[in-house]
Write a protein of this length. Sequence first.
Length: 163
Amino acid sequence: MNCIVAVDKNWAIGNKNELLISIPSDQKYFRQLTTGNVVILGRKTLAGFPGGRPLKNRVNIMLTKSEDVSVEGATVVNSVEAAIEEAKKYPEAEIFVIGGESVYRQFLPYCDKAYVTFIDREFAADTFFPNLEEDEEWEMTEESDEMTYFDSPFTFRVYERVK
């Protein structure tokens, strides 16, 4: 299982249910990796998509505590175990956890690869991704050349679980 996330230098991912910044090349990278695959996400993340609709051309598995929720175009589950059971129908390399914070934290132990857009800037934030630089179970195995979007330098990184 994989996760994909954009973080700032403090490993922040959002503020007030919004992304920190929308970088077109990051959005393209996200689409390239996830299109045709499976995404696991939380209710608030889904609500932040255009029209609150599931992502097209992907299998959407939405995790929520609410028992009475149904979303057209998504499989709704109420536990991590149910999401993992649903995801077993697909090859592991095609499964991407896409947020938000609590979903990342719950699924990170099941992930072997993390695709991280690292934005070398600090933003005001209230949600965070675990800092993989400080986790001995993870190692950065790839990093792109630095790019810049206005005043925000960023790189695409791949981290892999080593333990």
